[in-house]
Design a protein around this ligand. Structure first.
Ligand code: SAM
Length: 246
């Protein structure tokens, strides 16, 4: 019921966000370096176990030839499904049976950057706490609430959700820019990399939207399609950047 977070930044992110860091594993060669020393002091002050190991052991733990100098064992954490029903605005991303840990991590990172309220994993997904997925989140795994539920539980939640469930589908009849995302809460529902959305999930949607495409590609990569739709859904809430023009 725990996973490995690698590197100084990720471990600081875990501590800053109040995650259950259970053990800090440090290379003996790095224990005297200032940032690592500071991290060790912070962990000791919080009663966290410290384990000093050789580089060979770190290499074997992380399955990397050039491992990070520190890693940590962190307890897994999922939000309660009912939290999603408690909000009157905001955007969640829901992923139907996502298979690729790189896609999963990239989507969690994008959800963090664009201010989504959380990421919901539906059905039999790849493990969000697998090392490759955690690496791809670049620390956002600790900042974005994660939820995991069966397809049946998601459909039940969707029927009680006060906002819109916007499903993305290659056969969607509506352009993805049409729904009024700023108007109440939204769940943006994304399909599996190979099969798209199941029929039950299609039925749970209020809108089925499509991103227009040119050229010969059948579809967009899942993480890219999520980023395009989520950016649009969140645009009203993102800070406006200056154009630099006088
Ligand atoms: N063969 C799958 C199908 O027929 O649905 C393709 C799945 S696509 C690689 C993965 C997911 O990305 C889709 O289920 C959808 O959620 C999203 N997606 C990709 N391109 C899209 C587009 N042009 N419009 C809407 N959603 C898209």
């Amino acid at each position: 019921n725990a996973f490995l977070a690698e590197g100084h930044k990720l471990i600081v992110d875990a501590l800053d966000n109040g995650w259950d860091v259970r053990q800090l594993i440090v290379s003996k060669n790095a224990a005297q370096e200032t940032p690592v020393e500071k991290l060790i002091s912070r962990c000791v002050a919080s009663g966290i176990d410290i384990l000093l190991v050789s580089n060979r052991i770190l290499t074997s733990l992380t399955r990397r030839d050039n491992p990070q100098m520190v890693c940590a064992v962190v307890g897994r954490q999922f939000g309660a499904d009912d939290d999603i029903l408690a909000h009157s605005e905001g955007t969640w991303v829901a992923l139907d049976r996502v298979r690729d840990p790189g896609n999963l991590g990239t989507i969690v990172r994008t959800a963090d950057a664009l201010g989504a309220r959380g990421v919901i994993f539906i059905g039999d997904t790849t493990d969000p706490f697998a090392t490759e997925a955690v690496r791809a989140t670049m620390g956002s795994i600790f900042a974005v609430p994660l939820y995991a539920m069966s397809e049946e539980a998601f459909c039940a939640l969707a029927s009680r959700f006060s906002g819109k469930v916007v499903g993305t589908h290659l056969a969607g009849s509506v352009d993805f820019r049409v729904p009024a995302y700023e108007d109440g809460p939204t769940i943006l529902l994304m399909g599996n990399e190979q099969a798209g959305l199941t029929e039950n999930l299609v039925q749970a949607c209020d809108h089925l939207v499509r991103i227009p495409q040119a050229g010969s590609a059948d579809s967009l990569n899942l993480a890219i399609a999520t980023a395009i739709c989520l950016f649009h859904a969140r645009a009203h809430a993102l800070p406006a950047e200056s154009t630099g023009e006088a």
